[in-house]
Each structure stands twice: as C-alpha cells, then as structure tokens.
Design a protein around this ligand. Structure first.
Ligand code: FES
Length: 68
C-alpha cells in the first residue's frame, strides 16, 4: 500500500508539455516497460515541446531507481 507521500509524488507531472502525470509513467514501468521508447509508446510521453529531453531524463532516473 502506498503512503500518502508516495501518492502525492505520483500526481506530479511526468510529461509537463502533454499534461501526463508521473503515475502514468510509473504504471508503465510496473507493467514491464523498461526502455524510454516502450514507455513513450505506452504513455504518449515524448514528442512534445521538450523534444524528449526532459521526459527522457526523468524516465532514465526512474528506470535506474527501479533497478536498484
Ligand atoms: S516532457 Fe513532454 S515531451 Fe518531454
């Protein structure tokens, strides 16, 4: 069960240019997506005004954290 802090963290932006929440990205990772490309395909992140710079870095950090 998630703590209140974890729930609030998941409501933060994942892809700010498309309004996609972090929990959408985390759910994709929890369901087996393990590359930026796969996560982008499942969540529709990327291709926004950041040109994948911001969200790619965010996903990379989440994947590192997931694999620790
Ligand atoms: S943060 Fe939206 S496309 Fe990268």
């Amino acid at each position: 069960m998630l703590t209140e802090e974890e729930i609030l963290a998941r409501l933060k932006p994942g892809c700010i240019c498309k309004g996609i929440k972090l929990h959408t990205i985390l759910t994709a990772i929890e369901n087996g997506a393990d590359t930026y490309e796969e996560i982008a395909k499942r969540t529709n992140i990327g291709g926004g005004s950041c040109k994948s710079k911001r969200c790619r870095a965010k996903v990379a950090a989440l994947l590192v954290k997931q694999n620790q």
